[in-house]
Ligand binder design. Sequence first.
Ligand code: BES
Ligand code: MN
Ligand code: ZN
Length: 491
Amino acid sequence: MKVSFVGDKLAKGDIAVMPIFEGLKSFGATKDTVSALGKAFKAAAKAANFEGKPGQSFDIFAPADMPVDRLHFVGAGDKKKFDAEKFAAKTVRALLMTRHKSLTFYFDGIGLSGDDVARGAVGARLAGYRFDAYRTKLSADKKPVIKALKFAFDSAAKARSAYNNFHGPLCDGTYYARDLVNEPPNVLFPKAYAKRIKKLESLGLKVEILGEKRMTTLGMNALLGVGVGSERESQLVVMKWEGGKKSQKPVCLVGKGVTFDTGGISLKPGNGMWDMKGDMGGSAAVVGAMYALAARKAKANVIGIVGLVENMPDGKAQLPGDIVKSMSGQTIEVQNTDAEGRLVLADALHYARTKYKPQAMINLATLTGAIIISLGHEHAGVFSNSDDLAEQLANASGSSTERSWRMPLLPEYDRLLDSPNADMKNIGGREAGSITAAQFLQRFVGDTVWAHIDIAGTGMKNKRHDPRETTFGTGYGVRLLNHWVAENYEG
Ligand code: BES
Ligand code: MN
Ligand code: ZN
């Protein structure tokens, strides 16, 4: 979908989307159109029981002297509370299956900034995302045909710049992450995934791929242990974006990339197991974030690291009770092979921190089912050893609209990981499952400023109510991470 910003006159296009506020209030070009329609507007609104409330809409087929075919009036509620992103998302959702090729949103004269209008474009695009690549029998009338999204706005240049330099690339990165999560596990296995990431060098990222041989030399036995039951080789991929000053220490983004999680020998039940193709959602957020950083030429040094493995049961698979030595030297008793994400991250985090000495490090992972019990699908769980970083993330959640909620860390929780057989075990028992998983990760970050974001509930969803989320893979994290980098490291 091509986005453009077109100034405030009625533009050519087949649907004009016009927000009308509660009490039938209209502004800007919308007002001009309403007065040009004269009595016809009020009559049509009345016939449709339209009062300007959110969720209401009606159409008028435009008179011949207007350059558009169809005027689509949409209830926009209270002008003070108007949210262009949500409004555009809802509208695209409602119009997606109409046979129209272009929509023009009339956003001028209602007190929006250029940034607000650019966010309108974000809402529209996110709501238009589809994953139809494997649906060969989808008939033409079931495929959306919207090709162009236009935004009529008095300061078009401001909106265009906010979109091209920031919000548009974030959308592209979110699309990229959604595709990764939605891909089936026979297509997106570790090596295929690494190859895809390598292609992002065309954006100016530097990409390095470490295979099992190199990881063995480095002593990454916690990560490697997860993949030994799989026919598919594990990979660690490092992406570098060097957009900041040479003297600026990097920040590291680390992602769990379990391309499929069967649970291993601690096998998961069959029902619903297909969702575990999305167990690479943390890595998808990191890759999508790196995509966006490069596409918008962020003025910061950021390193993305993703651990890509497939967790399988097999004659060679890791067993409950196995003890592995992580790259940090700490030993881990693997009591449950289904608590594999933390094993992957243990080595990826240790590698990130010792090799790149980042000023801060954030990992994302679909780490625990327990975070869904705690927070459902509305908030990701944030765990951090730094109040400052936690606050930065809370702010970035606000500005990106990707919700998160801070969760606690405490020595009392950490103790639950002690084992008589090794330095620690990889599970802490039934209670506080998301917290003990976070405590496990914290054992590998030393004194690096760090946060772990558990996105098991927000990164993949089978039920959705936000019109911006259209598929299983949500792409959660791409916008959050970009806002965080922009708000704290590009000044
Ligand atoms: N990938 C899962 C977590 C998960 C579960 C994500 C459901 C999304 C939906 C993770 O590897 C896992 O299996 N965690 C276990 C941990 C347990 C064995 C301590 C869990 O949450 O049950
Ligand atoms: Mn698991
Ligand atoms: Zn997992």
